[in-house]
Design a protein around this ligand. Structure first.
Ligand code: PLP
Length: 312
């Protein structure tokens, strides 16, 4: 039997922890072949983002066109996109693709270095959200995307007192960061993101779940208004004993909850791995909710293995 094939669109991380290397490992672990469209090359360690070199948009589009031309690709995962011109190229190149598209809206590395410009974020909302089967924001990404999708300023969503410093985007627990190395922001990008609007209060994920009219539910609704097919909110940046993810489908009131114990382990690239695991599961024929549940189990097992390794 031939193996299912997915296309992964994203950036390289020289540390090997996140980005396309994590995507390839994840697809392989699922028995799925991965074709690649490289959007950017980055120099990174676990603690800093150095140079971010976006690929020419036409080259990104050509990689996608070649990957799709024989019709073998059955699902697409999109990760880091770097800038608006690449967002536009990806949207155009995928316009005729009829299979599921999973979008991990990568905005920054956990070290704080930016991986998508603000214009790129606007393009992602306008061009890519309407094409996606599933978008997988973590809590900071949800806040940023939703406030922009709603056309408002992020200041509409005041930050809680607990979250006033710099910020990270990995799935590990938030730490305090300083942006080091040459990030997009450092490189003089005038449209750097603001960290405002982030609510990581302990009960945030439960508020989304149980208080249908809460501010956080409004954030998810605005992603639907922007055209997202379904939203998986990752709870890794929250607090409390559980790192629960919540799955929302437009028009449904009760989200599905995927829980996992919160382990005090920092793992790079977990957002990449979760989204690629979902795309791999979809390629293998699972329904969307089941694809998310199995992907959560996959990432949970990686966390548990890492925690075991550190315990010795
Ligand atoms: N670097 C690249 C190229 C990525 O695609 C991503 C996430 O998708 C990251 C870094 C962020 O990973 P982390 O949150 O582990 O820093």
């Amino acid at each position: 039997m031939t193996r299912p094939t997915i296309l992964v669109v994203g950036g390289t991380d020289s540390s090997g922890g996140a980005g396309l290397a994590a995507d390839i490992r994840t697809a392989a672990a699922h028995g799925v072949d991965a074709r690649l469209a490289v959007t950017a090359v980055t120099a990174q360690t676990d603690h800093k983002v150095g140079t971010v070199a976006p690929m020419p948009p036409a080259l990104v589009a050509e990689q996608i066109a070649f990957a799709l031309e024989d019709g073998c690709v059955v699902a697409v995962k999109i990760g880091m996109l770097a800038e608006a011109a690449i967002v536009a190229a990806v949207a155009e190149a995928l316009a005729g693709f009829a299979g599921p598209i999973v979008l991990d809206p990568v905005i920054a590395a956990s070290s704080g270095g930016l991986l998508l410009s603000e214009e790129g974020t606007a393009g992602l909302i306008e061009r890519l959200l309407p094409m996606t089967t599933l978008v997988t924001p973590n809590l900071p990404e949800l806040s940023i995307l939703a406030s922009r999708a709603a056309g408002g300023s992020i200041a509409e969503y005041p930050a809680p007192a607990s979250q006033t410093g710099s910020w990270g985007m990995g799935e590990a627990r938030p730490q305090s960061h300083t942006v080091s190395g040459r990030s997009l922001r450092d490189a003089g990008n005038k449209d750097a993101h603001s960290p405002r609007g982030l609510d990581t209060s302990p009960a945030l994920i439960e508020q989304i779940s149980y208080h249908g009219m809460s501010r956080n539910a409004a954030l998810v609704r605005s992603l639907f208004a922007a055209g997202a097919g379904a939203v998986l909110v990752k709870g890794g940046h929250g607090d409390g004993p559980d790192a629960a993810d919540l799955f929302f489908r437009s028009g449904e009131t009760a989200p599905r909850r995927y829980a996992a114990p919160r382990l005090d382990v920092a793992l790079r690239g977990t957002g990449c791995m979760l989204a690629t695991a979902i795309a791999s599961n979809l390629a293998a024929g699972l329904a969307l909710e089941d694809a998310c549940g199995a992907a959560k189990d996959h990432v949970r097992a990686l966390f548990e293995r890492e925690a075991g390794r550190r315990r010795g």
